[in-house]
Design a protein around this ligand. Sequence first.
Ligand SMILES: Cc1cc2nc3c(=O)[nH]c(=O)nc-3n(C[C@H](O)[C@H](O)[C@H](O)COP(=O)(O)OP(=O)(O)OC[C@H]3O[C@@H](n4cnc5c(N)ncnc54)[C@H](O)[C@@H]3O)c2cc1C
Length: 303
Amino acid sequence: MLRSLLLFLSGQSWLRHWIETSSVAARLTSRFVAGPTLEQELAVCQRLNSEKILATLDHLGESVKSLEEAEGSRDAYLAALEKIAELGLSATVSIKLTQLGLDFSEEACRDNVERLVERAKAIGSIVEVDMESSEYVARTLDLVSHMHTKHASVRAVIQAYLYRSESDIEDLRGRGIPVRLCKGAYSESSDVAFPNKADVDRNYVLLMTKLLDEGVYPAIASHDERIVQQALDYVRERNISPDRFEFQMLYGIRRDLQRRLVEGGHRLRLYVPYGNAWYPYFMRRLAERPANVLFLARNMFKK
Ligand SMILES: Cc1cc2nc3c(=O)[nH]c(=O)nc-3n(C[C@H](O)[C@H](O)[C@H](O)COP(=O)(O)OP(=O)(O)OC[C@H]3O[C@@H](n4cnc5c(N)ncnc54)[C@H](O)[C@@H]3O)c2cc1C
């Protein structure tokens, strides 16, 4: 119930504007977001790299309102890629297609993404294409396949809550496209997604084992300790070496588990968001774990 309410509120633009510009923004978001500026983001990524943690930079700002805004997002990512190269960071970038103009023009969006993929490839990095709500899945996977054929240097994201994901994984595997596997963060109907968490978790494990067996450098993106343990058991039993896959987690979530994986010699990449347009990202994080609302409330009133 609280989860549905939080996901509903994440789509309310009036609330978004009011809260993003409020004076309490920094206090609210500091747990999940590096800060409003690229400099703050880079400082976090440098620290993570020094702790043997890889990073993926997310310039917040999905669902832009015009193609000019989409070009602004593309330029922000180009600036981030320049800095990744200049500082020698072990980092990728994570983009959302609605941030790069998909709602206005598929062609313009494709051009924007291509500029980023070309630049990422030139500096030895990659572009990870986040998966948004189900209405975007087919177009997103088409665009990723197109970029992969032309340039490589892209990673797709698959959401275990969708019924279609098993067949999408087969297709991506056939094309040799790397996949990040997550559970899925949007509010979806039972026509397209498993309504019960237990089924999502079961499907996650099924897809994870397929990717570990036959995928190209899969990324296991989850903070679910049982799933992480199952991945560790699976790779140990099958002698899959730690350089053939990576774990991914979100900045600020399950830092204890993050530390354990790194200490155990596993590759871990953290998804680190930055920028002013943090509201929808932040609300999805609250919805994933409504106890975060209490955590926040306590922090808000701490002196
Ligand atoms: C690197 C990365 C990239 C992602 N990219 C996408 C994407 O492109 N598209 C998409 O739809 N989703 C994406 N997600 C989000 C994902 O779909 C899930 O919503 C999110 O990861 C929670 O699922 P979980 O696997 O951690 O398992 P859950 O079963 O949700 O959580 C397991 C445990 O993790 C901890 N936990 C999980 N979430 C939180 C939280 N917000 N705050 C505090 N603790 C928490 C809790 O201890 C919880 O018990 C991404 C997640 C990661 C880690």
